[in-house]
Design a protein around this ligand. Structure first.
Ligand code: CA2
Length: 152
């Protein structure tokens, strides 16, 4: 059984830690990747960590995950609220998907309250800062381990 998890990040998240720290905090995306890799070791997971400002690249990574991964953690950023294409790609993935938002989108503008991705996510984490990524990895590990224990 694969232990590979794709951690996917949408547009503008390359600016994390460099702008708007009041909303998104001081950690950079490289800090988040480092923390995910440390936790992944503890959880016996492997990680493919990516960020793109282009919708098609995120879709291509989801397609690649179909071939090899046991889970996806995704912060689709603004594509959360607009992208049926990312939802369709995630619907073709047969393993757990956890959606992460650094900010609490429900406390923000109305247009951030709706997520296409939530229609297929097993779980959604919002408002816990970048710690949400680590909780999402723990969530994937728990779901994958539970499945392995029911189908040994
Ligand atoms: O809270 C989140 O994680 C979001 O997915 C972040 C998106 C936003 O469009 C979603 O509604 C909620 C924005 C990502 C932009 O990230 C930046 C980080 C630092 C500086 C500027 C943008």
């Amino acid at each position: 059984m694969s232990r590979l998890v794709y951690v996917l990040n949408g547009p503008n998240l390359n600016l994390l830690g460099k702008r708007q720290p009041d909303i998104y905090g001081h950690e950079t995306l490289a800090d988040v990747e480092r923390a995910c890799r440390v936790l992944a070791q503890e959880l016996n997971l492997e990680i493919n960590f990516h960020q793109s400002n282009r919708e098609y690249e995120i879709i291509d990574w989801i397609h690649a995950a179909r071939e090899s991964a046991c889970g996806i953690v995704i912060n689709p950023a603004a594509f959360t609220h607009t992208s049926i294409a990312i939802l369709d790609a995630l619907n073709s993935f047969d393993h757990p998907v956890i959606e992460v938002h650094i900010s609490n989108v429900h406390k923000r503008e109305e247009f951030r309250h709706h997520s296409f991705v939530s229609l297929c996510a097993n779980g959604v984490i919002a408002g816990l800062g970048t710690h949400g990524y680590l909780l999402a990895l723990r969530g994937i590990a728990a779901l994958v381990d539970a499945k392995a224990n029911t189908n040994p």
